[in-house]
Design a protein. Structure first.
Length: 277
């Protein structure tokens, strides 16, 4: 049985101080056989590093995207250094908006990736976690705008692997109440496109850290994806700290089996590899 974590952040994300090599060492200690680094890129709300700017390893953060040269160099170095102990995959988390698609496509073409998470963290350059996106809107309006943006993304952009934490916006709206029934039609149309394009979704095990009642995405979304014939599914802890790494991955596998899934995925060169749950 493959024990893998496919949503891992390091010091190269602006919201983590977890050094990349420490992540690898901890993953080996936990018995993980494969991890994929998926550090943050959020065009529209974060700039890239400029050539003369110095990246401060393990120190105070500037709110910027991944330092690509350092990130990919260290990732390749560690993959070779620890190749006998763990499989390390090359990924990023694309925090996309419709108007930032060209920038992400340019970045995608610059590297040979194994895996890309597609996330919606902000809309119209207004971030969820700051409350700016939700300001002046009802919860229903925020949900509508969120899923409309996601639908436009999956119908327009194809160079990704899975949708990350599909109902993420719930974290900033209704932690206790799952509005699946209200959003079901929009979610269903998104999932149909995902399946048609041979893409997938992830189970993100971070929900309890954010005091969300249920899973991310919700059990109802996971059931709907299964009913629609969805098969590509990854499991990730969304780790930013040592205590997050590998969190509840084995428990997530059991939940997927209970729903009716028989396999989960890892990725290599953007192609899914299926494993028994």
């Amino acid at each position: 049985m493959v024990y893998a974590d496919y949503h891992v952040h390091s010091d190269y994300s602006d919201d983590s101080w977890y050094l990349m090599e420490d992540v690898v060492k901890d993953a080996i200690q936990l018995g993980l056989k494969e991890i994929c680094f998926t550090d943050h890129v959020d065009y529209g709300v974060k700039p890239d590093w400029k050539p003369r700017e110095e990246f401060q390893v393990g120190k105070n953060k500037e709110v910027k995207n991944v330092h690509y040269d350092l990130y990919f160099a260290e990732l390749d170095k560690l993959a070779k250094k620890y190749e006998k102990e763990i499989n390390i995959k090359k990924g990023l988390e694309f925090g996309m908006q419709v108007h930032t698609i060209p920038k992400f496509e340019e970045l995608y073409q610059s590297q040979d990736f194994d895996f890309i998470l597609l996330s919606v963290h902000q809309i119209e350059d207004k971030e969820f976690w700051t409350g700016e996106f939700q300001k002046g809107h009802t919860h229903k309006e925020s949900y509508d705008r969120y899923y409309d943006e996601m639908y436009q993304l999956v119908t327009t952009y194809k160079n990704y692997s899975v949708l990350a934490h599909m109902d993420l916006v719930r974290r900033y709206l209704d932690k206790e109440v799952d509005r699946f029934e209200y959003n079901k039609d929009k979610i269903k149309e998104i999932l149909k496109v995902v399946i048609e394009n041979n893409k997938g979704i992830e189970v993100n095990t971070s929900s309890s850290r954010y005091e969300i009642n249920g899973l991310t995405p919700s059990i109802e979304i996971l059931k709907l994806y299964h009913e629609l014939g969805g098969k590509i599914i990854t499991i990730g802890s969304d780790s930013h700290k040592p205590e997050h790494l590998g969190y509840n991955i084995k428990e997530a596998k059991k939940i997927l089996k209970d729903i009716g899934y028989i396999q989960f995925c890892t990725f290599d060169k953007m192609s899914p590899i299926f494993h028994e749950l």
